[in-house]
Design a protein around this ligand. Structure first.
Ligand code: ADP
Ligand code: ZN
Length: 724
């Protein structure tokens, strides 16, 4: 038998199918060890056939791997082919998405372990006095029952093998599945759905459209709807995929899922060790677990017969992959939903403008949940005008209003969350006196300060402006482009409230497997009064004692030099505000801003998504930004500047030809240096395009695949979230 094999080397030179001899039991999708260029590498069987075009005596033989099932099922193979074609990446790269790393490198081979158990009652174990370790091991087994031999050997070196020789102990090999959430306590399970929730479930069941958008305010009980849908699938023997932003996989969420679904759920997330991930993955592959829960990569879970796919917080930017292939989770989920004939449920309090547009136009079903479960109103949002604070001589990070609320909150023994939005902060120029922000004249997005050239640049058209010495609106000299870190906020707070217990959560404090769980857990257990954090604390946490949320710098994401900054700001404010007043107590939000008249802020404080959307979509239409166009960036990077430029030249000529042949399909086309010229010693160049018609997209990918070489990486980004 001949196997067509893809070797797991992600280079374009090896990106083809190789013929190998294989034994007759080989199955399509299975993993093999393939001799390749003097080494043995992992490979995957794509197809089987009787004969090869190569002379058989020249073919090498693959060795099978002892997996109980082929690693890739037919759906995964088909999907991998589609992704390869769509994103023009080497096949091995597309296949990798479907496999845990450990599967490919073969590093985790620890799955089988030896267990020892006594064969006779302890009284019948007769040992010489000197055999201390044997005696110890035997007694340990008598008290603890069957035990991992490795553990016994740690405690009583050599004891087990002595006992085994005498026939007092049998040793069996067993597969151990590491359980990453052993310690998590469980809480109560099912709830009776409210009528709004039942109506939503009913619609999702009955509506004929594949994509169902659940637009529900924070606290409207979307999670319970998802769980109901999953439970229903489970009853019918079907599997489900439940995707959440990584950051939402909180201990609360995990224990809720465990309580509800037990071992039927496999939770894949980055906090797991390699071994744990591998085990969870196999449990899904074998069908032992039928529910895959995780961040974006769980969309590739090795499941069959899928009954529902859910994407919670569908607007979250983590659903876009930032490494090749740069897939959008929604696109992959849609392919799988269509293939399985199941629903794709999107949920959000603040859907992305693009998704909402498609729902309003009837392509997706739109289900609204306007009320919170507990009927409590959404927290009231107060605006603190920071320009006034500066004029009054208050240069601290806290407005008078916020300080007053913090004091009240502490006095009532409640908790507060203070949110600091650091992204893009240090790059935008804001006048501290009037709130003026430097913007591009052509693009209406804010400019980014470039220290190296001491100038301001637009990331969408490359326009350059001189750095300002004073505010063009009010003449003020207090221009700010330096950020305040969470650390400084904490020390300022500590000075103001010496007895308050303060926790900080940002990228610096959340390293390690359980970094952010620990912080959130401590806060949930009321071991602190105030939690200070970045974006990370904005997502779905449910802290009943939180009655105050402070947004320290609401403008900063507004002025991020991105066409989506309005959308991001609206989402952030809504999400963060949703953290306040979840339980019985009424919640409050203080929003600090230098720009209180801003439209986005006004819609956000009124929780007016519809108003925000109408305003935003007309702006997008006027400026021809997505969803009315597609922004495509081709990024060329490499360590050797000369070789990188060569690759750039090649791709640029191909793209320029495409552009001159199809001028009507482009709104914008330009080659320039990337705004950040070097990152990690790699030179960066880009060709930036805005397409009015995406039919040229496959040709753009093709041109990039062509120009890619050993020394330069050429990648395509569609509507990139970051244009630096
Ligand atoms: P969302 O995901 O829409 O923000 P959640 O699913 O977190 O909302 O629900 C908000 C709160 O309401 C949670 O504390 C949840 O446990 C509770 N809840 C949800 N559905 C019900 C229900 N049917 N009965 C009682 N409580 C519910
Ligand atoms: Zn511009």
């Amino acid at each position: 038998m001949i196997a067509e094999v893809i070797v797991d080397i992600a280079a374009s030179e090896t990106d083809r199918i190789y013929d190998y001899l294989c034994d007759d039991h080989t199955i399509v999708g299975s993993r093999v060890r393939a001799p390749f260029g003097g080494k043995t590498v992992a490979g995957f069987v794509m197809r089987l056939k009787d004969r090869s075009d190569y002379p058989e005596e020249k073919l090498k033989k693959v060795l099978p791997c002892p997996d109980e099932l082929p690693a890739l099922n037919s759906e995964c193979l088909a999907l991998a082919e589609k992704l390869t074609a769509r994103y023009r990446v080497p096949k091995a790269l597309a296949l990798r998405l479907f496999l845990p790393t450990e599967m490919r490198t073969g590093k985790v081979r620890e799955l089988m372990r030896n267990y020892a158990a006594l064969t006779v009652p302890i009284e019948e174990v007769i040992l010489p006095k000197t055999a201390k370790n044997q005696r110890g091991a035997a007694e340990y087994l008598a008290t603890n029952g069957k035990t991992d031999c490795a553990r016994l050997n740690e405690l009583f070196q050599g004891g087990v093998s002595g006992l085994e020789k005498k026939g007092y102990v049998t040793i069996t090999k067993e597969q151990i599945l590491r359980d990453p959430y052993k310690g998590l306590e469980t809480e109560s399970a099912t709830r009776v759905l409210t009528s709004d929730q039942s109506r939503a479930v009913q619609t999702i069941r009955e509506d004929s459209r594949t994509v169902q958008l659940l637009h529900g305010v924070t606290g409207s009980g979307k999670t319970e709807i998802y769980l109901t849908l999953i439970a229903e699938c489970l009853k019918q023997g079907k599997s489900s995929i439940f995707l959440v932003p990584e950051i939402s996989l909180t201990p609360q969420m995990l224990s809720q899922l465990r309580a509800r679904f037990g071992k039927n759920a496999a939770i894949l997330h980055s906090g797991l060790s390699a071994g744990e991930r591998f085990d969870e993955w196999w449990r899904l592959r074998t069908g032992e677990a039928k529910i895959a829960i995780g961040a974006r990569s769980a969309v590739f879970a090795p499941l069959e017969n899928i009954g529902v796919i859910i994407i919670d917080e569908e607007h979250d930017s983590s659903y876009f992959s930032e490494t090749a292939p740069r897939y959008n989770t929604f696109d992959v989920a849609l392919l799988r939903a269509k293939r399985n004939g199941c629903k794709l449920v999107l949920g959000s309090a603040t859907p992305s403008v693009e998704t909402y547009k498609r729902a309003k136009e009837g392509e997706f079903s739109l289900i609204r949940l306007d009320k919170r479960i507990n009927q409590k109103p959404l927290p009231e949002i107060l605006i603190a005008d920071m320009r006034r604070e500066v004029r009054r001589g208050n240069n601290s990070a806290f407005s008078g209003a916020l300080k007053e609320e913090i004091e009240k909150c502490l006095a009532a023994d409640k908790q507060a969350i203070l949110f600091l939005n650091r992204r893009g902060y240090s790059q935008t120029v804001v006048c501290k006196e009037c709130g003026y922000v430097a913007k591009c004249e052509a693009c209406d997005v804010s400019l980014t300060y470039h220290r190296d050239e001491d100038c301001l640049k637009c990331h969408y058209c490359g326009a350059k402006y001189g750095m300002l010495s004073a505010c063009p609106e009010c003449g003020g000299k207090k221009l700010s482009y330096a950020g305040t870190g969470t650390q400084r906020i904490v020390s300022e707070l500590q000075k103001l409230y010496p007895t308050a217990r303060i926790l900080r959560m940002d990228n610096d404090t959340t390293s390690g497997k359980e970094g952010h769980y620990k912080i959130l857990k401590a806060f949930a257990e009321k071991k602190a009064d105030i939690l200070v954090g970045t974006q990370m604390i904005a997502k779905g946490h449910d802290f009943p004692s939180v009655t105050l949320v402070g947004i320290l710098d609401a403008d900063m994401s507004l002025h991020f030099s991105d066409y989506r900054s309005g959308e991001r700001t609206f989402q952030l404010i809504t999400q963060v505000a949703g953290r306040s007043g979840r339980a019985d107590e009424k919640g409050r939000v203080v929003l600090q801003t230098f720009d209180p008249e801003n439209d986005v802020l006004r819609y956000a404080i009124g929780y007016d998504y519809e108003g925000f959307y109408e305003n935003e979509i007309s702006l997008r239409a006027a400026m021809a930004f997505p969803p009315f166009s597609k922004i495509v960036r081709v990024l060329v990077t490499g360590e050797d500047d000369q070789k990188t430029i060569e690759a750039l030249r090649e791709v640029y000529f191909a793209l320029e030809k495409l552009y001159t042949d199809n001028p009507d399909k482009f709104l914008f086309f330009n080659k320039m240096r990337a705004p950040i010229k070097r990152i990690q010693n790699k030179h960066r160049y880009q060709v930036l395009m805005r397409l009015s018609d995406t039919s040229v997209l496959p040709e753009i990918y093709a041109a990039c695949a062509q120009a890619r070489n050993r020394d330069a990486l050429v990648s395509v980004e569609e509507n990139p979230t970051n244009l630096s």
